[in-house]
Structure formats: structure tokens, C-alpha cells
Write a protein that binds this ligand. Structure first.
Ligand code: ZN
Length: 184
């Protein structure tokens, strides 16, 4: 559970720490604002996507289902700065499919927590695999990390690309190629 009071006092201390006056007109409400915002952007912390992915329906076809360009915003757990971009998902059903919006909901659950891109990629793939008993799942994420764009090596606009392939997508290069072709 999110403890808003704790966040508020931490933000006050953080403002003091960087040499600000937390009582200054423009920022005196900032701790409360940040606490409310964190409640929203970290709402996925400790959660799985079961409530979204367990509502499946039957479909005989085993044709690949692709959902691309699902946009997301997450927070890098190393710097607590945003990373954001798009997720592409494909799966090969084994009798069960889910509504398209459920894949976007799944992305949201795993994005709204302190996160790293590699783990988010894997968590989304494994969660879909588990709930759908799919023949295979593949997830590709392309994201810009503000901790790289704003500081350090400062390469604005550069993208980090990760992917995770499970089941038939792990076994078959041809299937992976079909996916990568359709999402590029
Ligand atoms: Zn970072």
C-alpha cells in the first residue's frame, strides 16, 4: 500500500536537501502533489495482471495475435526518473485469447512501479504465457530513458530496445522474424 504521509515528508526532506525552502510559495504544496501523483504512477507495485488476463475466451485458431505500439510510462528504479515508449506483444494462442485492451492493461500494471526495462519485458511475457497457456509469447519494448537523456551520457532521443521470446518464439527464428518485421 502507498503511504502518502511518508512520501510527503520524504519530498519535504528532498527539497531541503537540494537547498530549497519547502515553505516557499510555489512549492509548499509540492509534497502533497507528488504523493498524489506517486499513488497513481506506482499503482502497479506488488501487483500481477491476473484480474485482466484471467478473462479469456475460446478461439480455435492458432494464428499469431499481434498488438503493437502500446504506449507506456514507467519509472527507472535506479534514478526514479521516467522511461517511456512503446510495447509490442505477440502470442500464439492455445485455445484461449483475451480482449486487446487486456494486453494494454497488463503493460500498465508492470509499468506502474519502480522498474527496469529488461525486467518489465520479461514480466509481461511471462504473465501472458501463464494466464493464456499460450504456445508462445514475444514482447519487444522500445523506450527512451530520461536518466540517459537528462544527465550522464546525454543522448536525447536514443532508444533502448529489449525483447523476450518464450515457447515457440524462442524455438523458431522464422516466427521471431515475422514478429519483428510486423512491428518495425
Ligand atoms: Zn535510470
Amino acid at each position: 500500500m502507498i503511504d502518502k504521509e511518508k512520501i510527503e515528508s520524504a519530498v519535504t526532506m528532498l527539497l531541503e536537501g537540494i537547498g530549497e525552502d519547502p515553505g516557499r510559495e510555489g512549492i509548499k504544496e509540492t509534497p502533497q502533489r507528488v504523493a498524489r501523483m506517486y499513488e497513481e504512477i506506482f499503482a502497479g507495485t506488488g501487483k500481477g495482471a491476473g484480474e485482466h488476463l484471467s478473462k479469456t475466451f475460446e478461439r480455435e485458431s492458432s494464428d499469431m495475435v499481434i498488438e503493437k505500439d502500446i504506449s507506456f510510462y514507467s519509472m527507472c528504479e535506479h534514478h526514479l526518473l521516467p522511461f517511456f515508449g512503446v510495447v509490442h506483444i505477440a502470442y500464439i494462442p492455445n485455445g484461449k485469447v483475451v480482449g486487446i485492451s487486456k494486453l494494454a492493461r497488463t503493460v500498465e500494471v508492470f509499468a506502474r512501479r519502480p522498474q527496469i526495462q529488461e525486467r518489465m519485458t520479461e514480466q509481461i511475457a511471462r504473465e501472458i504465457m501463464n494466464y493464456l497457456d499460450a504456445e508462445g509469447v514475444i514482447v519487444k519494448i522500445e523506450a527512451e530513458h530520461m536518466c540517459m537523456s537528462m544527465r550522464g551520457i546525454k543522448k536525447p532521443g536514443s532508444k533502448t530496445v529489449t525483447y523476450k521470446a518464450i515457447g515457440k518464439f524462442e524455438e523458431s527464428e522464422k516466427l521471431r522474424q515475422t514478429f519483428f518485421e510486423s512491428v518495425k
